[in-house]
Write a protein that binds this ligand. Structure first.
Ligand SMILES: [Zn+2]
Length: 258
């Protein structure tokens, strides 16, 4: 027996059918996918991290350059939440869908590496990653895992093992350009997919929010799973205003096991 109300169950069935028919399905994921993993939506207002400080200011490239200790102080609780978070059932289901050939790639606005930790292979990170740090002076790149434990525990700012300058997390700060290679790949995926699944993104931050429109303009189907409405709900084939960690596994189960 289904755990869902009949209307939700038929929407799940329909979404699964779209996946079975799709030849090139792409997922676009945002902060709402990782909130069930305990990571706050740090770009939204009223989620603690944002209200203590003005994030547009403290999480900006200019603050990082002029007062890195302020940036790191703001970043520390968030880094802890991200570093120790675990993939939730939605991440795991997406990885299963990809490994079974039903998802070609994942475009993500998240920096938490939970897709990769869940087993996804093709992840396009639009806002950078917590996986690595890069020296602001000599551009040496270092694995974050060797530095973050101590930073989170003691607040020790990560320093370059080569030249001693500050290591910057490879996340895109306010005032920084989106990574060009990732953006080109994301656009290519949006333009060549025949199904896009948007999860946990309110589609408010441009230019990433424009990717589903590029897919729609080329005739792709659109499924949206988000806890608030988006500007493209009216053009989507199916919209779920529910928890991604519940809905995505249900869709994946139906796609994989009928
Ligand atoms: Zn260096």
């Amino acid at each position: 027996m289904s755990l869902f109300p009949p209307k939700t169950q038929s929407a799940i069935d329909f979404a699964a059918e779209l996946f079975r028919q799709a030849k090139h399905a792409v997922a676009l994921t945002g902060a709402g996918l990782s909130t069930p993993s305990g990571i706050p939506d740090f770009r939204s207002t009223g989620t603690g991290l944002w209200s203590r400080d003005e994030p547009m200011e403290v999480a900006s490239l200019s603050t990082f350059r002029t007062a890195p200790e302020r940036f790191f102080e703001w970043f520390r609780p968030l880094a802890g939440q991200i570093f120790y978070a675990k993939p939730n059932p939605a991440h795991l289901s997406l990885a299963q869908l990809e490994n079974a050939g039903h998802v070609r790639s994942i475009i993500t606005q998240n920096i938490d590496t939970l897709h990769q930790r869940a087993g996804s292979q093709t992840v396009i990170e639009m806002h950078g990653t917590m996986q690595t740090l890069t020296c602001t002076q000599c551009y040496h790149r270092a694995e974050a895992k060797f530095y973050l434990d101590e930073f989170i525990a003691n607040g020790r700012i990560p320093c370059c093992p080569r030249c001693g300058n500050t290591l910057k997390p490879d996340v895109i700060l306010f005032g920084e350009q989106l990574p060009q290679a990732a953006w080109s790949r994301a656009q290519r995926e949006a333009r060549s997919c025949d199904l896009m699944l948007v999860i946990g993104s309110s589609l408010e931050v441009l230019p990433v929010a424009g990717l589903p429109m590029q897919a729609l303009d080329r005739g792709a189907h659109l499924i949206i799973v988000n806890n608030v409405q988006t500007y493209l709900d009216v053009r989507a084939d199916v919209v779920f205003t529910e928890d991604a960690a519940v809905i995505i596994p249900a869709i994946a189960e139906k796609v994989l096991n009928g």
